[in-house]
Design a protein around this ligand. Structure first.
Ligand SMILES: *Cc1c(COP(=O)(O)O)cnc(C)c1O
Length: 421
C-alpha cells in the first residue's frame, strides 16, 4: 500500500496533486510520501514484535537526508556502505550506536571516520579487512565491534546482478571457513566479536532462501558459541522484494518474513537486526516525467519522455519493470495503445518499457513511474549533461524540494580547464 492514488481525476501524492508539484518544480522529478515511508518502517517493526530488534534501514536505497530523518526519528538504525552514507546518517541525526557499516571495500579512512564518530558494528567481509580494522582500531586506541558477514551459498532466486549469497559472489566469507576467521578475530586486541551477519540479495520474492540462510546462521551461531564466542546479535540483512507490476506480483509480506525469523532464530537469545532498503523506500516514491513527443515509428509507436536512463537506470540495468501511468486519470473503459516508452539519451538502452499497453498521453502530458523510491535517485548521473532531477517530499498537504535540480552553470563550473591548456 502507498499513498499515490487518483483523486478527482488527478494522481495525488498524499493530499497534494502531482500536477501542482510539476507546475512548481518542473519535470522530471521524484516525489516521496512521508506516510508511506513511515508505514513501511512500522510494518517491519511490528513483524519483529516480541523480539529484541533494530531495523537498520539500508541507506543506499534512498539516501536523501530528509528520508533518513523520517526513519531515524521513528527509531530506525541505518546500514551504511560508505563513509559518505555514514555522514548522511549522522546529518539526519542518527547516533553512531544505531549505525552498522557494511561493504566489501572499506578503506582505512572510512574505518577511522566511523570509529571516531561512533559505530554500532562493522559487518566485516574478508580476512584482510579484519586485519586492517584491527590495526586501525589499535592505532586509535579503541576496540571495533564486529560481525563477520558469512556467505551461506544459497540461491536467492533473484536477478543475477542483485544476488549476493552464492559462493561465487564477491560478498562475505564462505560460511565453512568462517569459524576459523572468528577464531582469529577473538585473538585480536582491536576487535570484539558481537555477532553474525548475512545478506543474500535483493528483490527476493520467495521466503525459502531466507529460511535456508537463517538456518545456516543458526547452526553457525551454535558452533561459535560452543567455541566460546559471545554471539549476541544476528544481522539478517535486507532483500525482501516489492511488487513492481501490481497486476501480477505478490511478494511475501513483512509479517511472514518476520515469522521466518522467529521460526529460525527467534529462540536464540539474540538481538535481531535487519537491513531492509527497497521495501521501505521503493513504493514510497514515484518519478514524474512529461511526454515530449508521441512519435510514430514503423510498426511501433514511441512515447518520448523527458526522463531518461540517467535519472532511473533500473530498466536499463536490471531489465526492471515499472508500472507507468498517466497523471490525469483515464476515462473508465478508454482504449489503450501499445507504445515503447523511451528517454532522450543517445543509447538504445534508454528504454523504460517495450510494447507497453497504455492509455494515450498527449505531448506535454504527465506520466508517473511507480515504485521509484528505491535505487532511483541514488543511482542517477549527469550522463548527456542532464541535471540530476529534484527530489520532493510530501507530507499530508505539504510538499518541499529536498534536493534541488542543479543549474547548468553549477554543473559546468565543476569542470576545470588547466591554465596550461
Ligand atoms: C543492498 C543491501 C541491503 C538492502 O537490500 P534491499 O533489497 O534494498 O532490502 C541490505 N544489506 C546490505 C549489506 C546490502 O548491501
Amino acid at each position: 500500500m502507498d499513498h499515490f492514488i487518483y483523486r478527482d481525476g488527478v494522481l495525488h501524492a498524499e493530499d497534494v496533486a502531482v500536477t501542482e508539484i510539476a507546475a512548481t518544480v518542473g519535470t522530471p522529478f521524484y516525489a516521496y510520501s512521508e506516510a508511506t515511508l513511515a508505514r513501511h518502517f512500522r510494518v517491519f517493526d511490528e513483524a519483529l514484535d516480541g523480539m529484541d530488534h533494530l531495523i537498520c534501514y539500508a541507506v543506499k536505497a534512498n539516501s536523501n537526508v530528509a528520508v533518513l530523518k523520517i526513519l531515524g526519528d521513528l527509531g530506525a538504525g541505518m546500514d551504511v556502505v560508505s563513509g559518505g552514507e555514514y555522514l548522511r546518517a549522522k546529518a539526519a541525526g542518527v547516533p553512531g550506536d544505531r549505525i552498522v557499516f557494511s561493504g566489501v571495500g572499506k578503506t582505512r579512512e572510512e574505518m577511522r571516520m566511523v570509529l571516531t564518530g561512533g559505530i554500532r558494528q562493522f559487518n566485516v567481509e574478508s580476512e584482510p579487512e579484519l586485519a586492517v580494522l584491527n590495526e586501525v582500531a589499535q592505532e586509535l586506541g579503541v576496540v571495533a565491534p564486529i560481525t563477520l558477514r558469512v556467505n551461506p551459498d544459497v540461491d536467492a532466486k533473484t536477478h543475477a546482478k542483485i544476488a549476493t549469497g552464492k559462493s561465487d559472489n564477491k560478498f562475505g566469507i564462505p560460511i565453512a571457513k568462517s569459524r576459523a576467521v572468528y577464531a582469529q578475530a577473538a585473538e585480536m586486541a582491536g576487535i570484539e566479536v558481537v555477532g553474525v551477519d548475512v545478506h543474500i540479495g535483493s528483490q527476493l520474492t520467495d521466503l525459502e532462501p531466507f529460511r535456508n540462510a537463517f538456518l545456516k546462521v543458526r547452526e553457525l551461531t551454535e558452533e561459535l558459541r560452543a567455541d566460546g564466542h559471545n554471539i549476541r546479535r544476528l544481522d539478517l540483512g535486507g532483500g525482501l522484494g516489492i511488487p513492481y507490476a501490481r497486476s501480477n506480483e505478490a511478494p511475501p509480506l513483512p509479517m511472514d518474513y518476520g515469522q521466518v525469523i522467529k521460526d529460525t532464530v527467534g529462540d536464540m537469545g539474540v538481538e535481531i537486526e535487519i537491513e531492509p532498503g527497497r521495501l521501505v523506500a521503493g513504493n514510497a516514491g514515484i518519478m514524474v516525467t512529461s511526454v515530449i513527443y508521441n512519435k510514430e515509428g514503423e510498426g511501433r509507436d514511441f512515447l518520448i519522455v523527458d526522463a531518461a536512463m540517467n535519472d532511473l537506470i533500473r530498466p536499463a540495468m536490471y531489465e526492471a519493470h515499472h508500472d507507468i501511468i498517466p497523471v490525469l486519470e483515464p476515462e473508465v473503459g478508454a482504449d489503450k495503445v501499445e507504445v515503447d516508452i523511451v528517454g532522450p539519451v543517445c543509447e538504445t538502452g534508454d528504454t523504460f518499457a517495450k510494447h507497453r499497453m497504455m492509455h494515450p498521453v498527449a505531448d506535454g502530458g504527465l506520466v508517473a513511474f511507480r515504485s521509484a523510491g528505491a535505487y532511483g535517485a541514488v543511482m542517477s548521473s549527469e550522463y548527456n549533461t542532464r541535471p540530476m532531477i529534484p527530489e520532493v517530499l510530501v507530507k499530508g498537504d505539504q510538499f518541499a524540494v529536498i534536493r534541488e535540480r542543479p543549474t547548468f552553470d553549477e554543473m559546468i563550473n565543476r569542470d576545470k580547464v588547466p591554465e596550461w591548456l
